[in-house]
Design a protein around this ligand. Structure first.
Ligand code: NDP
Length: 331
């Protein structure tokens, strides 16, 4: 039997419309890239997911390669879903992706139809689901015709294996092309998932404009730059932190915690305190300031971080003077 969740779970979360679609997402969504693999504490993973749902976080984001090892986050999520969430499937938006290396040989990577279709079938099996709500092409493939990758996404929707599709880390020009192809096929591009934080502002250089014009939603990953935009690294690298854990697979390394970035984080932290927030909350509010940004996609290693981060919603209002000060600090 599923456990009981808080009855008031929808009362405090903000839900934003995803581009020009019928779907709303919570302003804060939860990603399972790290902290849900076989190397992680499974009770902690379960506690995080339960708390997230209790707080109105209806969107859990996965990918074929999340773990480590790759695939284990989907397997662990599938088990927890069966234990706790199976009576709530219609209240959840569950996503997965394919695009990075998953299995050996020429069919386990990038963007061929062969890979995307097989990978989603594997993801559904691992999670024990009949369909995902959103399926993404995880990164652009320079060698596969985009018509083929988008054709695979269209087919997947028509087969009922995904309700919506999206793309991740596509440039502005690639996004425009993908959106046009999907439009012609009759399966709209619901959403783009780019990396975006105060320390990585590439989407301001064209992508946000394309998404706004085309009515495509946007969910930003690593909004805390994997923890750098919180107070956790201000006094060194704490034991057990992601940077100290050498998890590989793109996780932040100690070498990324540079004196220059810490000096900026210190100044941002001071500004956050003046607003009555901490740095993580300011960093999330800053990402959400764009109307086209549907959701910030956070990762947490503990329930306390989840509780802390969602408090960003208590003060999303950023004054022009504050935005200017942030630009100056980041320069
Ligand atoms: P964040 O930038 O939010 O970093 C998460 C880490 O920051 C946590 O593990 C924790 O570090 C620290 N942290 C979180 N909240 C707090 C807090 N309140 N105070 C102090 N420290 C905090 O996001 P992620 O990099 O984890 O990415 C989020 C999600 O985005 C992923 O799970 C995935 O779903 C998606 N993603 C998508 C990618 C793509 O290519 N499409 C690529 C990468 C991510 P610690 O573990 O040290 O405690």
């Amino acid at each position: 039997m599923s456990i009981a969740f808080q009855e008031d779970r929808y009362d405090h979360m903000l839900y934003r419309r995803c581009g020009r679609s019928g779907l709303k997402l919570p302003a804060v969504s939860l990603g399972l890239w790290h902290n849900f693999g076989d190397i992680d504490n499974q009770q902690n993973a379960r506690d995080i997911l339960r708390l997230a749902f209790d707080k109105g976080i209806t969107h859990f984001d996965l990918a074929n390669n999340y773990g480590p090892p790759a695939g284990s986050a989907e397997e662990n999520f599938g088990r927890i879903f069966k234990q706790d969430f199976k009576d709530h499937r219609d209240e959840l938006i569950i996503s997965s992706k394919a695009g990075w290396g998953m299995w050996p040989g020429p069919y386990g990577n990038f963007g061929s139809k062969k890979y995307l279709v097989a990978s989603l079938d594997q993801s559904l099996k691992r999670m024990g689901l009949e369909y995902v709500d959103i399926f993404y092409h995880h990164r652009p493939d320079p060698d596969t015709p985009m018509e083929e990758s988008m054709g695979a996404l269209d087919q997947i929707v028509r087969q009922g294996k995904a309700l919506y599709v999206g793309i991740s880390s596509y440039s502005a020009a690639e996004t425009k092309k993908a959106v046009d192809i999907l439009h012609q096929l009759g399966t709209p591009c619901l959403i783009h998932q780019p990396k975006y934080s105060m320390f990585d502002r590439w989407i301001e250089d064209g992508l946000l404009d394309v998404l706004t014009t085309e009515g495509v939603g946007c969910i930003c990953f690593s909004p805390l730059a994997q923890g750098l935009l919180s107070d956790k690294y201000l006094k060194g690298i704490p034991e057990g932190s992601r940077a100290a854990s050498h998890r590989g697979n793109g996780a932040i390394e100690e070498s990324a915690i540079t004196p220059e970035r810490i000096a900026k984080a210190q100044k941002l932290n001071e500004l956050a305190k003046r607003r009555g927030q901490n740095l993580a909350q300011l960093a999330l509010a800053w990402v959400l300031r764009h109307p086209i940004v549907t959701s910030v996609l956070i990762g947490v290693s503990k329930t306390s971080q989840l509780l802390d981060s969602i408090k960003c919603l208590e003060n999303l209002d950023l004054k022009d003077a504050e935005l200017k000060e942030i630009d100056l600090i980041l320069k």
